[in-house]
Design a binder for this molecule. Structure first.
Ligand code: PLP
Length: 401
């Protein structure tokens, strides 16, 4: 018999959203007449912006003629997209990034999981809690020791910087699930921690495009010293509706280094280039052409409109929760609103109550970590009318509890 990788046996039985889907499917079977409003899953719903669709159509047409046909592309992404990322997301904010430090991929989830190929299992890992569950699961698979950094309302869901040395620290801002953002001062604190301890920060800014507050950093590289201690993960999924198309990128500065058993310093940029060359064949030409169009003037304008639409929904959610007497945060610089369950009810119990009595799907907070207990997440990715209806139903449901 083939021996399996033990880490998979250590994973909790189900990934959060599979459990949510299972409960929703069971309810739908038992009560097919109920009109269910999904306020749980973090998938976008608006169609992709016309400028991006046009670019992808043209890319498909390219493939139909000999002179413009594209087969395998460069593993790390086409030069024109790497350059557009540098100009559009970094140089425009006064941040220096070299195109060779930008690795285009099929999305942030893959990169966040795959990057662990570079790190020894002996490294200790710090993960803010609550957070996107992928960081935990991928480290459990590898068997690294995880130290959770609980985030509370008191610290604005940005956690207390630990005293102990952790080798790898995951930060995610704007945060999924709390919708919290991190201040420049707090992020400076984390960079200082990493530089003092020789730690590496994995900075997930998949929701960067939702930041409205001019004082909030968009990139960890806005902080001095971050090039020596941080990798940054970004995605076109929520910025431009690419959850189905798939495209994202990871920035690995050339000065970022790890150490091998012989005590030699090794460049993570070179290692990742090697790893991707070995295990990845690049994101598709069509999706990269679509991503490239995100940086065109029309692409910029149109994607900004979609984000505005979602943030308006988030405002409806925040207002609805307030009307229902529930305490909430987030939703101002992020598509997620995070709220306390009524009367301290268990969050999975509240999930079942809302599903059965109001036909609304939420995401229970404890699915994002122990510190999420007693909270739930609502997303702004539904359509406006449905969001308004969901908040009316929630109000009535809570009044009847
Ligand atoms: N990072 C965070 C914090 C997310 O919430 C998500 C998706 O929900 C991802 C990364 C995954 O992004 P992608 O669609 O690019 O794989």
């Amino acid at each position: 018999m083939i021996r399996i990788k033990e880490g998979y046996c250590r994973l909790e039985h189900r990934y959060l959203f599979q459990e949510v889907a299972r409960r929703v499917a069971a309810f739908h079977e038992a009560s097919p007449e109920t009109d269910i409003i999904r306020m749980g899953i973090g998938d976008v719903t608006l169609p992709i912006a016309p400028a991006i669709i046009r670019a992808m159509h043209e890319a498909v047409d390219d493939l139909s003629v000999q002179e413009r046909f594209h087969g395998y592309g460069p593993e790390h992404g086409y030069g024109w997209l790497r350059e557009a990322v540098v100009q559009g997301d970094y140089a425009s904010r006064g941040i220096t990034v070299d195109p060779e430090e930008v690795f285009i991929s099929d999305g942030a989830k893959s990169d966040l999981g795959n990057i662990l190929d570079l790190f020894s299992e002996e490294n200790t890992v710090g993960i803010i809690d609550p957070v996107y569950p992928v960081y935990v699961d991928t480290n459990v698979i590898d068997g690294r020791r995880i130290k959770f950094i609980p985030c509370t309302e008191d610290d604005g869901f940005t956690g207390e910087i630990p005293d102990e040395k952790l080798d790898i620290v995951y930060l995610c801002y704007p945060n999924n699930p709390t919708g919290a953002v991190i201040s420049r001062a707090k992020l400076e604190g984390w960079v200082d921690y990493a530089l003092r301890n020789g730690s590496l920060i994995l900075y997930d800014s998949a929701y960067e495009a939702f930041i409205q507050d001019p004082d909030i950093p968009h990139s960890i590289y806005e902080i001095e010293g971050a090039r020596q201690c941080a990798m940054e993960f970004r995605s076109f999924s929520k910025t431009a509706g690419f959850t189905g198309i798939r495209c994202g990128y990871t920035v690995i500065p050339k000065e970022l280094r790890g150490r091998n058993r012989n005590g030699d310093d090794v460049s993570f940029n070179a290692l990742w280039e090697r790893r991707q060359g070995c295990k990845f064949n690049g994101a598709s030409y069509v999706s990269q052409r679509g991503a490239y169009a995100v940086y065109s003037p029309d692409g910029r304008e149109q994607t900004r409109e979609s984000i505005r639409y979602y943030l308006d929904n988030a405002a409806v959610i925040r207002e609805g929760l307030k009307r229902a007497g529930l305490h909430s945060s987030g939703g101002e610089n992020a598509p997620y609103v995070w709220a306390r369950t009524p009367g301290g009810m268990d969050d999975w119990e509240f999930f079942d109550v809302l599903l059965k009595k109001a036909g609304i799907v939420i995401t229970p907070g404890s699915g994002f970590g122990k510190a999420g207990r007693g909270y739930f997440r609502l997303t702004s990715f539904s359509d406006k009318a449905r969001t308004i209806e969901a908040m009316d139903r929630l109000y009535n449901c809570i009044n009847e509890l």
